[in-house]
Ligand binder design. Structure first.
Ligand code: IVH
Length: 672
């Protein structure tokens, strides 16, 4: 066989096999037997082995996943992955509709879809091929899990048909059907492993496996429900998805378009019943405005789009007995009550514990030990108690009393004005708080120190090696190695990881400090505004609340943190150890707001910028970036090969089209 013949045959086999994948996994209509399929696959794999020069990550042979362990790198989402606002009643949907009609004074349609209960994924396609798959992560950046995603047979690696944009993003939900989920759990129980709480966790956990060949063995599937990009075929979400189906995507069949809410309500009623017959988990209905133009006009808040909303089905309920209540101490000292229940079946799993949130909830429910309670499972892993069946209360039942002293250290608890949560104020001496802070500090989104689990932290604390986060930087391998289950190699890895954490950027260090109410987003905002720990420590309450997104509660908490001598001591030590406590200088340079008030649409390929780079530059100079050309667009910034639709639209609306050079002149730079 010549090279050329091999190339042609490989090509042919790949197309054949992908077609059969599609028939089997997307359409559920296999055309050939498993044996015939295996024979073709075998031939392909043999040829790929003989002619390695034709290797291709998107070959169907790659769907079994390479047997290698690889850590994920992270990537930024080009368009953030927002979540949907939740509603539980028709009234709330009517409010949603009213809000839209205030903004939109023309007829429009809604699309109703099922809300699939899995884990969201963002797939990037270029030139008709899958190039990258990113998990939701924190919505702005996620893990790159392309190799794992390639193992999902219903996801096309190479697109069929025609008309797809050169580059676009397809979003959807990776899920594990009930059948596969049950099989997997049975197997895990047989092997003495912890079973997954629900199919959603199983899907999310599987995508996070670092060995694609293991992922390939798990029964994952994926529905695609959201297209993003610059040159989508039509202005209709619904029609675009129908077209995307012809490209080979598994677009759900259950999807309807309605002129108004009445149809949406009928859809909800129908599926609230019929969903119980579906072979996979759904937890509601998603309602979307169909027109992309209107979607863009409606825009989004920091978290949710204004053009879509979720209606959640009522959670399933069970009744059981309350046996006792435990009180747990978190890293901030917050005390969380947890109910121990008589085990009961609920939505396919056995429930033994339920969260109780706080003291007020216990009182509101007037909870007594021995009560018969209603438990519900929403999206959470831990179900919650939602009510008490008073008719079944034993006559001698005693009310559940919230503890007055910390269950870990005995310190009397405190509760701030207007707050529902009780705290243990013994920050410096209460073991679960100390350990919790260290666990938070080393966690992935914080300092990302690897090799130290909850148990090792516990051990280090008990051995007196670590009392606070700064002690981590004094650890020596010979102190770690003799500890239970560690050994020299792990000890060295831990030390190396601790050393590496000194390079973690300031915003994450700030998050890692565990200041109450300072989550990742707030930490980022603070790092950008104040730029160093010293500046933040000196910031007044007024300066803090003037910062965007920082309210009084957060400001107060920050002030309190920096007033405590112990915290200042920790910061001093971290500085001494070389931990990054200042923002990187290049971020500091502020660009003049030369583009303020201007909205740009970007299209084509640029000489001096990547597509993201040019958008960032626009924002840096105070301008805005929009996805499609409208009468509000100030300029269409066109590089090489701009999208024809955009050019046409700009011309017809009289929107000026400018070149990269003209753009550079606008910002007074010759080059980025
Ligand atoms: S559209 C901005 N459609 O629900 C809107 N999402 O809370 C993008 N989800 O992260 C999502 N089924 O993981 C959309 N038919 C559907 C969905 C769906 C499930 C998930 C998705 C998203 C979350 C939002």
């Amino acid at each position: 066989m010549t090279k050329e013949e091999a190339r042609r045959r490989i090509d042919r086999l790949r197309r054949e096999l992908e077609k059969h994948n599609y028939q089997y996994y997307v359409l559920n209509k296999p055309l050939i037997s498993d044996f015939e399929y295996d024979t073709l696959m075998h031939e392909l794999m043999e040829l790929e082995k003989r002619f390695p020069e034709f290797a291709d990550p998107n070959s169907p042979s790659q769907r079994v996943g390479a047997d290698i362990n690889k850590e994920f790198v992270q990537a930024e989402h080009e368009y953030p992955m927002l979540s949907l606002g939740n509603t539980y009643t028709r009234e709330e949907l009517i409010d949603f509709d009213t809000r839209i009609r205030k903004e939109v004074h023309e007829p429009f349609k809604y699309v109703a879809e099922l809300k699939y209960d899995g884990t969201a994924i963002s797939l990037i396609y270029e030139h008709g091929e899958l190039v990258q798959a990113i998990t939701r992560g924190d919505g702005t950046r996620g893990d790159v899990v392309t190799d794992n995603i390639r193992t999902i047979r219903s996801i096309p690696l190479v697109l069929q048909g025609s008309g797809w944009p050169e580059r676009f993003i397809m979003r959807g939900e990776v899920f594990m059907p009930f059948e596969g989920f049950n099989r997997l759990n049975e197997e895990r129980i047989r092997n003495g492993e912890e079973p997954f709480a629900n199919p959603r966790n199983a899907a999310a956990g599987t995508l996070k496996l670092q060995n694609p060949s293991l992922v390939a063995k798990r029964p994952l599937d994926c529905f695609l429900y959201y297209l993003l990009g610059e040159d989508l075929p039509t202005d209709s979400h619904y029609e675009n998805l129908q077209i995307a189906r012809t490209w080979g995507f598994k677009v759900p069949e259950v999807m309807e378009r309605y002129e108004g809410l009445e149809g949406v309500f009928r859809f909800i009623d129908r599926w609230d019943v019929q969903r119980h017959e579906l072979p996979y988990a759904t937890d509601g209905v998603v309602i979307k405005v169909d027109s992309l133009r209107l979607q863009e006009r409606l825009g989004s808040t920091a978290k949710n789009p204004r053009w879509a909303i979720a209606y959640k089905f009522k959670a399933e309920q069970a009744k059981t007995k309350l046996l006792s209540v435990d009180f747990q101490v978190g890293r901030t000292g917050a005390i969380t009550p947890v109910a121990n229940l008589e085990p009961v079946q609920l939505a396919g799993t056995v429930v033994k514990r339920a969260s109780l949130y706080n003291d007020d909830q216990i009182r509101q429910l007037d909870l007594h030990l021995g009560d018969t309670v209603y438990v519900e499972k929403g999206g959470e892993i831990i179900p919650k108690i939602t009510g008490v069946d008073l008719t079944q209360r034993p006559p001698d039942a005693v009310p559940v009393e919230f503890v007055r002293n910390c269950p870990a250290c005995g310190t009397p608890l405190v509760r701030e004005e207007g707050e529902a949560v009780w705290y243990c104020p013994n920050e410096e001496g209460c073991p679960p708080q100390i350990k919790g802070r260290i666990e938070h500090f080393i966690s992935r989104k914080a300092m990302n120190i690897e090799g130290l689990g909850e148990e090792t932290i516990d051990l280090l604390f008990r051995e007196g090696l670590v009392h606070d986060i700064t002690d981590l930087y004094d650890l020596r391998p010979e102190q770690l190695a003799p500890l239970e289950r560690l050994g020299e190699k792990s000890a060295m890895n831990i030390i190396r990881s601790i050393e590496k954490s000194k390079e973690v950027p300031f915003e994450r260090v700030l998050y890692a400090l565990g200041i109450r109410y300072v989550g990742e987003t707030v930490a980022r905002t603070l790092a950008r505004r104040f730029r160093s720990i010293d500046a933040l420590a000196e910031a007044s309450f007024e300066e803090l609340v003037e910062t965007e997104e920082i309210g009084e509660k957060i400001a107060q908490s920050i002030r309190q943190f920096f007033q405590k001598p112990k915290n200042l001591e920790i910061i001093r030590k971290l500085k001494e150890k070389g931990v990054t406590l200042e923002a990187a200088p290049e971020e500091a340079e502020e660009a003049p707001p030369l583009l303020a008030g201007k909205t740009f649409v970007v299209s084509g390929v640029f000489e001096h910028f990547s597509r993201d780079g040019i958008k960032e530059t626009i924002v840096k100079y105070g301008g805005k970036v929009s996805l499609s050309v409208s009468s509000r667009t100030s300029y269409l910034l066109a590089g090489d090969k701009p999208g024809p639709n955009k050019m046409e639209k700009a011309t017809s609306l009289g929107v000026p089209v400018i070149s990269e050079d003209e753009f550079l002149k606008m910002i007074g730079e010759n080059r980025p």
